[in-house]
Design a protein around this ligand. Structure first.
Ligand SMILES: Cc1ncc(COP(=O)(O)O)c(C=O)c1O
Length: 406
């Protein structure tokens, strides 16, 4: 296990919130001192705009902003930092692809394939696209354990399929999709298919290698991986990004502007119109340093052990129903459950909150998945590197309290 006593000392929130059990990192991770310091240092010491000034603090801001791009490229094993685009979050990154690549390549004869596990962010943009242009959206289903039915993958792909939009890790069931195998099979059936991976729940928790996965686009959000809000990433293969037209137009994304035409900037700046979230990106760089120093393999191991402990304790409790794959290898540290007594998830979350335990209740932006599970609402407790077995014990006690009260 990770040394959580030391780790917790790195997160000021644990000093400011007494007896605080934070189990909602799938929505938003806590921030270590080093990330807060990096953001503060930018605002206090060199808060100039990037790319524009030829004075020292602007050059420093540009340098550190661009260093984060290099850090991201190494962190996900991109071929080049030109392939790393800074945007607000995963949602914006998926919309960028849907608007630029999607509206150029998807027509009414096309098929888009996605899965029932998707967060609304990797579903609604594609649904909107097919409503606009008459393409077909096909969905890969899950089995009773919450894993994708892999046989359906090969069957659903046709010569008309242009895109597979798929999550790496489900934010609700915690399922880790065997992406490498899926992408290999999909490309074997139709080598022209473009694969977009939603990595929002993967990058914070497991080692990601975009080249090894064999995908074409990959998106993730800084706020779920110890970084500030408002700084996320779109990674795309350079050849694809080169041929795509910009999403937003204006300053920063141009080389030359004339009254009758504009020459756009080279990658990656072509897709970063306007002043970016400089402090957020710099904070993301500090978050990557922190995660790298702890080690992604260690984080994954820690979460696996914690989930295993939680699974055992919750099963013994016998008042909850757990959802998602059983095996630690096939799942992340997201604990999704309902109460056997049919107590409403919002009531459970509220009682837990009275005990200072933060969990999420609702559909977790996966309404189609909840419909598939025949549930309107569930409770989600999600783990990260600062969580402990003591947190799980407190959750279990809290759930006993729920049963006493309701
Ligand atoms: C799997 C997944 N995809 C996409 C998103 C959307 O992320 P953001 O709100 O940062 O755009 C989330 C957020 O919870 C998520 O869990």
């Amino acid at each position: 296990m990770l040394n959580t006593t030391t780790i917790k000392k790195d997160f000021p929130i644990f000093r400011n919130q007494q007896d605080f059990v934070y189990l909602d990192s799938a929505a938003m991770s806590l921030k270590p001192r080093s990330v807060i310091d990096a953001v503060e240092a930018y605002y206090e010491q060199y808060s100039a705009n990037v790319f524009r000034g030829i004075y020292k603090i602007s050059e420093k801001a540009t340098k550190i902003y661009e260093q984060t791009r290099e850090k991201v490229a190494v962190f996900i094993n991109a071929k080049s930092e030109k392939e790393v685009i800074f945007l607000r979050n995963s949602t914006e990154a998926i919309n960028l692809v849907a608007y630029t690549w999607g509206r150029t390549h998807i027509d009414k004869k096309s098929e888009i394939v996605t899965t029932i596990l998707e967060h609304h962010s990797n579903f609604v943009p594609w649904q909107q696209l097919i409503i606009e242009n008459g393409a077909v959206l096909k969905i890969i289903n899950i089995d009773e354990s919450g894993k994708l039915i892999l046989d359906q993958v090969g069957q659903i792909i046709t010569k008309k399929t242009k895109l597979l939009a798929i999550t790496y890790v489900s934010n609700a069931l915690g399922t880790i999709n065997p992406l490498r195998e899926i992408i290999k099979e999909v490309k074997r059936k139709n080598s022209d298919i473009i694969v977009l991976v939603d990595g929002a729940q993967a990058v914070p928790h497991i080692k990601v290698d975009v080249q090894d996965l064999g995908c074409d686009f990959f998106v993730f959000s800084g706020q779920k991986m110890l970084g500030p809000t408002g700084a996320g990433v779109l990674w795309g293969r350079e050849e694809l990004l080169e041929e795509m037209s910009p999403f937003l137009f204006g300053g920063e994304m141009i080389k030359e502007v004339y009254l009758d035409r504009t020459v756009f900037a080279d990658l990656p700046h072509k897709f970063e119109a306007g002043t970016p979230h400089i402090a957020g990106v710099i904070g993301l760089g500090a978050a990557i340093d922190y995660l790298t120093q702890i080690g992604m393999d260690q984080i994954r191991l820690h979460e696996k052990k914690l989930y295993s402990y939680a699974q055992e304790k919750l099963r013994k409790l016998d008042t909850v129903v757990l959802y998602g794959p059983n095996s630690q290898e096939e799942r992340s540290g997201v604990i999704l459950f309902t109460m056997k007594s049919a107590v409403h998830p919002h009531d459970v979350a509220q009682i837990l909150d009275e005990l200072n335990i933060c969990v999420r209740s609702g559909h977790h932006c996966t309404m189609p998945l909840h419909e598939r599970l025949d549930l309107s609402s569930t409770i989600r407790a999600s783990l990260y590197l600062y969580n402990t077995m003591d947190d799980i014990d407190k959750l279990v006690k809290g759930l006993q309290r729920v049963d006493e009260v309701l």
